[in-house]
Design a protein around this ligand. Structure first.
Ligand code: SER
Length: 318
């Protein structure tokens, strides 16, 4: 790699751990974290950090030149539930940040872009079980619309201008270091924290709502693997289906009960239920497995053990 890496949205759920993993590989000073505001103080001090609004082209370009950036990971986005509350703002952030980054690559200021897409690109008319890479896609959420449009922009810039942009359709990501915000799959993080803190949880999705999910360690591995892959192996330039596990709130609660037997959950679906109902349940990610050798490590059992262990030790150290 000729220059450094810039992470936009580094203080978010995925951005934080991605920054730390990339710093382990490339060295602290070669990975520039940035966000629209300061996040966790300890994280901000771990290496170079800049305040950047991902829709501010001039600022992004200034930082590219300051640090000789050659790769951007564009992790800033408004997720599904928040985007339903602020549709215009979500569209603006999710689309403008991507178009600016693609243009900067077209103009050869940077070489490579990573941009996450989501299972939200699928809609109520997509097959719910083993959802194929290419199928009917009529998303009904603003978030899904922005991700599907974004995928096509990525493909367009690749075909038309040779831009090396790579993308994955993340399922719900489960982590303990940084909490997600504004997503429909966030319950699957909150449930672990509440199980430990209060032994009870009120779930905003119904007990039988199955969604595709993944442990953070696997999501980071997938992201780094696709970025390290030979460009010729990346045959899909919209975005790759990516999968690990699928479960319902009832199944995750039962798994937690193996460790915390008195854990109680009651179900009070809100507006996020409709979003979840429009998404797939199980994703077919065979193209990722074939093209760039994707494989996941964590299932519901090992993820639950790891989540509970880490949340407990995090609480003791506070
Ligand atoms: N986790 C995201 C959300 O729930 C889906 O990509 O919005």
């Amino acid at each position: 790699m000729r220059g450094t890496i810039l992470i936009l949205g580094a203080c978010g759920q995925i951005g934080t751990e991605l920054t730390q993993s990339l710093r382990k590989i490339h060295g602290e000073e070669n990975v520039i974290a940035s966000d629209i505001r300061y996040g966790n103080e300890a994280f901000v001090k771990e290496g170079p950090f800049e305040i950047i609004d991902a829709t501010d082209r001039a600022k992004i370009l200034e930082i590219i030149q300051k640090y000789n950036v050659s790769q951007i990971y564009l992790m800033a986005a408004m997720l599904s539930a928040t985007a339903e509350k602020y549709p215009q703002k979500a569209w603006e952030l999710n689309m403008n940040s991507l178009l600016i980054t693609l243009e900067l690559a077209k103009e050869k200021y940077i070489d490579t872009i990573y941009w996450p897409s989501s299972i939200a690109v699928f809609g109520p008319s997509s097959p719910k079980i083993n959802t194929p890479q290419d199928t009917i896609m009529n998303p009904t959420t603003v978030y899904g619309m922005s991700k599907l449009a974004g995928e096509h922009w990525c493909n367009y810039y690749h075909n038309k201008y040779g831009v090396d942009v790579r993308s994955l359709r993340y399922p719900g990501i489960i982590s303990w270091k940084t909490k997600p915000g504004g997503g429909t799959t966030d319950y699957a993080v909150d449930i672990y924290f509440k199980a430990i803190e209060e032994s009870k949880y009120e779930c905003f999705l119904s007990e039988k709502t199955m969604l595709p999910m993944m442990y953070m360690n696997d999501a980071i591995k997938a992201t780094i693997d696709i970025m390290e892959a030979n460009p010729n192996d990346i045959k899909i330039r919209t975005s790759y289906n990516l999968a690990a596990i699928s479960f319902t709130p009832e199944e995750i609660a039962n798994e937690i009960r193996k460790h915390i037997p008195n854990f109680e959950v009651n179900y009070k679906p809100d507006f996020r239920q409709e979003i979840a109902n429009s998404w797939p349940q199980i994703i077919d990610d065979s193209k990722s497995r074939e093209d760039w050798n994707w494989s996941h490590n964590h299932d519901l059992v090992s993820m639950t053990e790891d989540m509970l262990k880490n949340i407990q030790s995090k609480m003791i150290s506070l």
